[in-house]
Ligand binder design. Structure first.
Ligand code: ASP
Length: 348
């Protein structure tokens, strides 16, 4: 009996060492990653002072790194992307939450959605006016309701039933967005005098009035991907207009079998071309890489028809692609094998 003890101890120690070793290898090899965007559009270097550019870059970095820390600690892709999006929603720099654009009636109406690639569960809210962080309400719709999309006052009643406080619509006011509304109205008024109707005048507005959404996609250590998008929509929007951001398949999509996508751009095109789902369908059914599929949809499908914007894409291997067909897109990414990347302009 006594003689066997050292042998057993050795066996035990070696098994223990093997477990520790293989866990270490596993932890190091399991990919995890996150990418975020803060909108695509007419984003040109000459419009930025060095201070303004630095402030935008710092906010994008803060957001992507906050999401990354959650993944690093073993948190889920859903938690990571929500945390990253909350930081962008709380910043006046982006068209979501604080900083959301103004409607024609000088209010703010926000849309958001979230999707879990593990099981294709999804939640979305449209046209909410009193929700500080719309992505969190989209998450509640996914987790706590039997529905996928809730809108307007009904969505806010649901929020209250879940213990979420409503905030005054003026919380989202910012001077810059108000000036944008006045400029958009003046341009549309001019177009009206040239005999253009509302539709034609709105169509003629430059893309800077039509974009600026925020979003995130993430892959966690469990191999699950997820996507989320949050927006104030389009400046001077009217008649309860809803964009692509809350539409699953258009502005947001996630499925572990293919990829996770969050979009920003001229929502009407993204809805009509089912952009996020189309990218993932190309990955799943045509065996394309996310880079190839994203390039095809953003540059070959949308660009020729005037559908301006971009997407962020991630797959279960932790590959990231950030294609856009506009002058710039606020974006950032970080993975266990890639240091923080922050980009604003085309050649960043
Ligand atoms: N896609 C958003 C919308 O059409 C706008 C944006 O991306 O900024 O509502």
């Amino acid at each position: 009996m006594k003689k066997t003890r050292p042998i057993l101890t050795c066996l035990f120690l070696s098994a223990f060492a093997n477990t520790v070793f293989s866990n270490t290898v596993l932890a190091k090899d399991v990919p995890f990653a996150i990418a975020i965007h803060g909108g695509a559009g007419t984003i040109q270097k000459e419009r930025f002072t060095p201070e303004k550019e630095a402030a935008y870059r710092a906010k994008l970095k803060e957001s992507v790194e906050a999401g990354y820390v959650i993944l690093e600690k073993g948190g889920t892709s859903l938690d990571a992307l929500s945390t990253a999006i909350n930081i962008l929603e709380n910043s006046p720099f982006f068209n979501a939450g604080k900083g959301a654009v103004y409607t024609h009636d000088e209010t703010h109406e926000m849309d958001a959605s979230i999707m879990d690639g593990k099981n294709r569960q999804a939640g979305a809210v449209a046209g909410v006016k009193h929700i500080e962080n719309p992505i969190n309400l989209a998450r509640l719709v996914m987790d706590k309701s039997v529905h996928v999309m809730l809108s307007g006052a009904g969505a806010e009643t649901f929020a209250q039933s879940q213990g979420m406080a409503l905030v005054d619509n003026h919380v989202f006011d910012t001077d810059d967005r108000y000036k944008s509304l006045l400029r958009a109205k003046a341009k549309m008024e001019k177009a009206k005098q040239e005999d253009k109707d509302y539709q034609a005048a709105h169509f003629a507005l430059e893309t800077e009035y039509k974009v600026g959404t925020v979003g995130a996609v993430a892959l966690d250590k469990f191999g699950n991907i997820a996507a989320g998008t949050s927006t104030g929509g389009m400046t001077n929007k009217r008649y309860g207009r809803i964009g692509d951001a809350p539409v699953i398949g258009a502005g947001t999509f996630a499925d572990n079998a293919s990829c996770a996508v969050s979009a920003t751009g001229h929502g009407e095109y993204f809805i009509r071309y089912n952009v996020a789902a189309d990218i993932c369908a190309r990955v799943q059914y045509q065996g394309k890489s996310i880079e190839q599929a994203g390039k095809e949809v953003i540059h070959d499908v949308l660009m020729p028809i005037g559908g301006t914007g971009g997407v962020i894409i991630i797959d279960t291997q932790g590959n990231i692609s950030l294609p856009f067909n506009t002058k710039g897109m606020y974006r950032a990414s970080k993975s266990n094998s890639q240091a923080t990347y922050v980009g604003i302009f085309k050649d960043d």
